[in-house]
Ligand binder design. Structure first.
Ligand SMILES: Cc1cc2nc3c(=O)[nH]c(=O)nc-3n(C[C@H](O)[C@H](O)[C@H](O)COP(=O)(O)O)c2cc1C
Ligand SMILES: [Mn+2]
Length: 529
């Protein structure tokens, strides 16, 4: 079942041998970050760390700090409560392939297959653990952001940053909800930065409030079921509610409770809620900050968040992470997203066999994709399709391979990709919006992207020579070699990696989208209620 609290998730990590408890006092100023960086960069992502005595400005705070809780394949699977993240990808694939039911029997079988969709819809509740303790900030209350164990992550950072905030906003026109993880720089006890980058949904909501000249309510939650935070980092299409997605992933409706000082709902079981607002037009210098790229991002103007209340669980734990030179904890969040969103990308690009966004490329810099090539110059269509798919627009280099190349294997990627390449022929450049964090381009937000066509070239594409075959031993010869080695008493002898098979059937789906799926889901839930 879904985690009823962040603490329960930590208990599960502990039971699985994935948590190190640190009872010594440790400073939130760089020291926790330094330790966490080592942990994140150790084999398979090290362990999650729970600092039971976090020190801020020389004083122990009331709340423990948890970091690197999702920073391994195993912990990510524990966070999503699956044996492997691939299981959810397969469930999504199934749902996308399901045809809309035409009769009751089909409807039932769909419900049986996709029963978890029933939980996508949130439930409103009257009270929540996240409001066990309420501090209204305008009441002369001396509880403030200074009471939270917020980290300074890197030496040249502009200050302390909340690094795993789930930022809840609403579109003032459609009232559609959005939750995104956008870091928050601490300016003082009740004011922070709000680093929603210009392409993100939070920023678009902000722009609507700005146009209307209205103050924008914003709720920031920390902790609770780790699925909330994961869902908030995923690139769901604008208009699709992360709370629905979280409900689907955790197989349990998210219970929502009304905030105390603003007109927004938040998950009732989170650890902390920072209630407040963004005043349209108010901007302030944010940064520098040691970022996902492994470099400091420069100071830029961003909106300001004013805290009106802080509520929390009595036993709250402060969740955080650090970002920087990969690999970091966010690598595992990104990899889970890569797996879960592959079936969705295949709805419009069914020719895609597999995809790898290498961690060292910080996700946007390099996309390795294998396709079932069907027509001349097919690689270009796949690259353009990917650039047109949400945050995949940031992909700086897309390399397209044939379906028999294992894009998860860097050795094979370099061998096959470069051997097939004629650089002049195979690079095609486009210009467009780029990630706001990218420092490579001459100007912010705009730059070049490239598709490298590493597929085998066809005569129709101008290749007039005979394309060579890959050197391989025929199966019967290998069988004879096996027999010979067995006779010599050396078993199978030295082994090579087995030949690779595409992971899943890339055949076209019935054309549903995640949005359709969730809509169908909530309709079904409505009926079942
Ligand atoms: C640890 C972490 C920190 C992040 N910080 C930011 C940030 O400061 N600003 C931002 O725009 N995106 C940040 N992101 C990425 C967004 O959460 C991500 O793009 C998400 O899909 C945005 O949601 P949205 O499409 O609803 O806006 C961060 C992601 C992670 C994992
Ligand atoms: Mn979103």
């Amino acid at each position: 079942m879904a985690y009823r609290s962040f603490r329960k998730f930590l208990d599960a990590l502990d039971k699985a041998g994935e948590l190190k408890r640190v009872a010594l006092p440790v400073d939130t100023d760089l020291l926790i970050a330094e330790w966490a960086d080592r942990e994140m960069k150790s084999p398979a992502g090290g362990k999650a760390l729970l600092f039971e005595q976090a020190i801020v400005a020389g004083k122990k705070t009331e709340f423990p700090v948890a970091i690197n809780t999702m920073g391994s394949r195993k912990r990510m699977a524990l966070a999503l409560q699956v044996v492997d993240v691939e299981d959810i990808a397969q469930e999504i694939q199934l749902i996308l392939k399901a045809k809309p039911p035409t009769d009751l029997r089909e409807g039932w079988s769909l419900l049986k297959q996709g029963i978890h969709l029933l939980h996508a819809r949130p439930k409103q509740v009257k009270e929540g653990e996240c409001q066990e303790v309420v501090h209204q900030i305008d009441n002369g209350n001396d509880f403030s952001l200074a009471n939270l164990p917020i980290l300074k992550c890197w030496p040249k950072d502009g200050g302390r940053f909340i690094t795993l905030p789930n930022v809840h906003t609403r579109d003032p026109e459609s009232s559609a909800r959005n939750v995104g993880v956008y870091r928050m720089q601490i300016y003082d006890e009740r004011t922070t930065g709000m680093h929603w980058q210009i392409h993100k949904v939070g920023a678009r909501h902000g722009k609507r409030y700005y146009e209307r000249g209205e103050r924008m309510p914003v709720a920031v939650t920390l902790g609770g079921d780790p699925v909330y935070t994961f869902a908030a980092t995923t690139p769901l299409p604008d208009g699709l509610d992360e709370i629905l997605f979280a409900g689907f992933l955790r197989r349990k409706s998210v219970e929502l409770v009304r905030c105390k000082t603003i007109d927004l709902d938040v998950p009732a079981d989170v650890d902390f809620v920072l209630e407040g607002y963004v005043q349209p037009g108010e901007m302030r210098a944010e940064g520098p900050f040691g970022d996902h790229t492994g470099f400091y991002t420069a100071v830029e103007n961003y909106p300001v968040f004013h805290v009106t209340a802080i509520t929390h669980r009595r036993d709250a734990i402060y969740p955080t992470t650090i970002v920087g030179r990969p690999p970091m904890e966010d690598a595992y969040l990104g990899k889970a997203t890569e797996r879960l969103f592959l079936p969705l990308l295949r709805v419009t690009l069914p020719e895609i066999v597999d995809m790898n966004l290498p961690v060292e490329g910080a996700f946007h810099n390099l996309v390795l994709v294998s396709i079932k090539k069907q027509y001349p110059f097919h690689a270009a269509r796949v690259a353009h399709g990917l650039w047109g798919a949400g945050q995949m627009m940031f992909s700086k280099v897309i390399v397209v391979f044939d379906d028999d190349v294992d894009v998860q294997n860097p050795a094979e990627v370099i061998w096959r990709g470069l051997a097939n390449l004629d650089p002049k022929r195979d690079f095609s450049f486009v210009d467009g919006p780029i990630d706001q964090l990218d420092h490579g381009a001459n100007q912010a937000l705009y730059g070049a992207k490239v598709c490298i066509d590493a597929t085998r070239k066809w005569a129709e594409e101008g290749y007039q020579r005979e394309w060579p075959e890959v050197c391989r031993f025929p199966a019967d010869v290998s069988a004879r070699a096996d027999a010979l080695l067995a006779e010599l008493g050396v078993g199978k002898g030295p082994t090579r990696p087995s030949s690779w098979q595409p992971p899943a059937d890339p055949s076209p789906t019935n054309g549903g989208t995640l949005r359709d799926m969730l809509e169908r889901l909530s309709r079904a839930a409505e009926k079942a209620r």
